[in-house]
Ligand binder design. Sequence first.
Ligand code: OAD
Length: 233
Amino acid sequence: MREIENIVILTGAGISAESGLATFRGPDGLWEGHRVEDICTPQALARDPVLVQTFYDARRAALATVEPNAAHRALAKLDAEWPGELLIVTQNVDDLHERAGASRMLHMHGELKSALCRRCGGRSAWEATLIDGPTCPECASSGGLRPDIVFFGEMPYQMERIETALEDADLFVSIGTSGAVYPAAGFVQTARHYGARTLELNLDPSAGSHFFHETRIGPAGELVPAWVAEILS
Ligand code: OAD
């Protein structure tokens, strides 16, 4: 096994579950009462903008009611103390990693606290609602802002940077994701192909569990602090 210098961490909805945010594929298969496909597509936004904008406005407002948990805090500690390269790639659209203090991170599926203008393509930090058709801070047009969320069929953000980090990784760790959505679900194979050790931390074995060298089963709030303590020691 090669010495570990460069780490890439992929996180999914499971890392925020203990903060009180619903995962996408819960036991009933619904996300806050909806099929993910009925909300997270450009077609859904075009067909029923009130439903989609109201839904994401509610998710954005709900962020004020939750706090980072022990798993977010442990990754922020790793970010602060790890001397090598580190990149936290989150599929989550919440802001709990950054509120815990992580900075070497990116949101590949967009962010609730950002608005995307369909007119100019500008991305603007956003705290308020979008249902009322506010003005774009970039181009001053109104009614063109949508949630800055990567819908099904759209290209995730920063894929080139992620691919490069995966190629250089000595260790790839996947936390709290079901492995149901590509390209993120394929990161383990890319990292392994380029020689990384691979570790999964999840409540249940994910769809791609067999691709990992090691899988640890349990809640992120326990597994992640224990793993961070281990790797920093
Ligand atoms: P999912 O809801 O598909 O999967 C969540 C995973 O977290 C499951 O494997 C659970 O077993 C696990 N889990 C639940 N509670 C946990 C806990 N306390 N500790 C550790 N693991 C726990 O969520 P994602 O894999 O993140 O995309 O979903 C991927 C993408 O699908 C999302 O980014 C979203 C959705 O479509 C967009 O919105 C663009």
